[in-house]
Design a protein. Structure first.
Length: 303
């Protein structure tokens, strides 16, 4: 079992009000957490692992800048072609007895990835995937699914496509802090981009999204380089920890130290739920997480 270390993270600006209320009014029952799925897209580059990050308008429990993802949808339960590990296998991997929920998380992950990036983990059979996903027709399909004009499963069935669940790897489960007004219970997955596909932002909703070097993002974490590049009112002048939720920052750290895609994807992870807790550190409200050390024997820098 990896050694856990106490980590402190800055409280993102959009959570400050909720945190103060929680303390002033006394702890009460947390709001119910919505189930969500998120996919960490990966590729190798000369500077190490790169991942796709996007800006999320509004106040999202996944962070102002996040991996592609979002809430599960009732249509994620609809019948759909399925290739790869069974829902039962996924439930075991994810440490849950609820096979239906595990299936919903997998479908939701592939759907959200398609909506937000156009990357589609689906194909006509077990040995192929969709190619040339950057056409106007595919963007129209993304818009239709994102606006719920058409369900994702309907879109796949019409095209004779099955989900390639073998192209996903389970990563980790994060639960939003108790005090947050909007809470997610998020299952994170990882995937690489299928041959002849490229991620792109959604035409109607996309503001910013690109491949980011994990090592570079972590090296510049104390600067506002990324926030200034995104150039939105709630990103300019902010450091990485104010843009990302702790779970995303920890995953970026691990990617920065990983020896390529294969090593990162083949690492054996145990099912575990992580949740940031609100703590008062010398008069400053922060988020505390018990998380595994990034590199064995490396001293953890408290933030």
């Amino acid at each position: 079992m990896p050694q856990l270390a106490r980590r402190l993270f800055v409280l993102p600006p959009e959570l400050e009000g909720a945190a103060q209320n929680w303390l002033e009014l006394g702890e009460r029952t947390p709001r119910a957490a919505r189930y969500a799925s998120s996919v960490v897209l990966l590729r190798d580059s000369p500077s190490g692992l790169e991942t796709w990050l996007g800006y999320r308008p509004g106040s999202s429990p996944l962070g102002v800048v996040a991996f592609p993802g979002g809430s599960l949808d009732p249509s994620d339960d609809d019948p759909v072609g399925w290739v790869g590990p069974s829902p039962q296998h996924w439930a075991e991997q994810m440490g849950t007895d609820d096979v239906g929920l595990a299936r919903r998380h997998v479908v939701g992950a592939i759907r959200e990835l398609f909506e937000e990036t156009g990357v589609l983990l689906a194909g006509p059979d077990a040995s192929s995937t969709v190619e040339a996903n950057s056409t106007v027709d595919w963007m129209r399909a993304r818009e239709a699914v994102a606006s719920q004009e058409k369900s994702f499963t309907e879109m796949l069935t019409k095209r004779g496509l099955s989900l390639r669940t073998d192209l996903l790897k389970p990563l980790v489960n994060w639960l939003s802090p108790d005090f947050a007004h909007t809470r997610f219970n998020t299952r994170y997955f990882a995937a690489t981009v299928p041959v002849n596909q490229q991620p792109s932002i959604l035409g109607s909703k996309g503001v910013w999204g690109r491949w980011v070097s994990a090592a570079e993002a972590i090296a510049l974490r104390e600067t506002s380089a990324l926030g200034d590049e995104i150039a939105q009112p709630n990103t300019v002048g902010l450091a990485l920890g104010q843009l990302l939720v702790p779970g995303s920052e920890i995953m970026l750290e691990k990617m920065a130290h990983a020896n390529g895609c294969i090593a990162y994807l083949s690492y054996k992870r145990k099912a575990h739920v992580y949740q940031p807790k609100l703590v008062n550190e010398g008069g400053i409200l922060m988020l505390e997480v018990e998380a595994a050390k990034t590199v064995a024997g490396e001293p953890q820098r408290e933030r």
